[in-house]
Design a binder for this molecule. Structure first.
Ligand SMILES: NC(=O)c1ccc[n+]([C@@H]2O[C@H](COP(=O)([O-])OP(=O)(O)OC[C@H]3O[C@@H](n4cnc5c(N)ncnc54)[C@H](OP(=O)(O)O)[C@@H]3O)[C@@H](O)[C@H]2O)c1
Length: 270
């Protein structure tokens, strides 16, 4: 991959304490972004990453501990994004989690938290960051969606719907902002080795074959290149780009039945 020089002075990455978010922070630091704000709930993990980035790359890493499902905590992150004196020119909305299982049995409060994190926080943080970026005529937002956004997904109904929101929201903003110098990119990872599956509920990802798994570092590198190139969408990994091209022409009804069969979460016992 042709690695461009990164144009940003300060990035803010949510969900930076593990997985794709930590890999994104490392990718940005290793490629010379001088200042990175790290957001998540686990302070110790954020402190350790901040020390690693400072030592390894001279990055000025700021830890901003926040539960993004808590409006008061989220507001602190919104204020940081809107602070005129310390402008953030790359916002990475990465924090997210998925629930799985038959929807009618899932904990409704957990479903609401999933929407609060995967959707509401993405909207609120983008809304906080964009006015300053538009005024300055430069800046980018990277939203982490998922391949699960591309088709109805029995067994992960709320999760895939939140990610469909993220993709459409990002693409709509991309067009709204055309000509402003500000871009919005959605990255749609497939199976990626992170802590995601520790929190996902009833679905076991262990049965997924080895060849479908990507490393968080690959997802991060391809996503950052897509933002630099000003692209609206990024599907990391050749395998997933091919799968996307093959399934796109299938009728929606066929795609949802197919996923229902594969997932084993359909209640149709005929
Ligand atoms: N792994 C995959 O296969 C895959 C595929 C497609 C898309 N994705 C997406 O990639 C993104 C990153 O997930 P990951 O795979 O890297 O999983 P991960 O290792 O579990 O990371 C999730 C991150 O989100 C943070 N987070 C969770 N709840 C939070 C909250 N209430 N407030 C603030 N931060 C919170 C976590 O930090 P704390 O626990 O410290 O708060 C952690 O840093 C998610 O949006 C996910 O949907 C993952």
């Amino acid at each position: 991959m042709n690695r461009h020089t990164l144009p940003w002075r300060t990035a803010l990455v949510t969900g930076a304490s593990s997985g794709i978010g930590a890999a994104l922070a490392r990718e940005l630091a290793s490629r010379g972004v001088p200042s990175i704000v790290l957001v998540a709930r686990r302070v110790a993990a954020l402190d350790a990453l901040a020390a690693e980035l400072a030592e390894g790359h001279g990055t000025e890493a700021e830890v901003l501990a926040a539960d993004l499902t808590d409006p008061a905590a989220r507001m602190r992150v919104e204020r940081r994004l809107a602070a005129a004196g310390a402008p953030v020119d790359l916002l990475v909305n990465n924090a997210g989690f998925g629930t799985s299982g038959p929807f009618f049995r899932l904990d409704p409060d957990e479903e609401e938290r999933e929407i609060a994190l995967n959707v509401i926080a993405v909207v609120r943080l983008a809304r906080a960051a964009l006015p300053g970026m538009i005024d300055r005529g430069r800046g980018s937002v990277l939203n982490v969606s998922s391949m699960a956004a591309n088709q109805p997904s029995p067994g992960t109904a709320t999760y895939s719907a939140t990610k469909a929101f993220v993709t459409l929201f990002s693409e709509s903003l991309f067009e709204e902002l055309r000509g402003t110098g500000v871009t919005v990119t959605a990255v749609l990872p497939g199976f990626t080795r992170t802590e995601f599956s520790d929190h996902v509920g009833e679905t076991s990802f262990d049965s997924a074959p080895a060849f479908v798994w990507m490393e968080a570092e690959q997802v991060a590198a391809e996503a950052v290149e897509a933002v630099v190139a000003g692209r609206a969408l990024c599907i990391p990994g050749a395998l997933y780009r091919v799968a996307n091209a093959l399934e796109s022409p299938l009728p929606r009804s066929a795609r949802r039945r197919l996923i229902g069969k594969i997932s084993g979460f359909t209640l149709d016992r005929r």
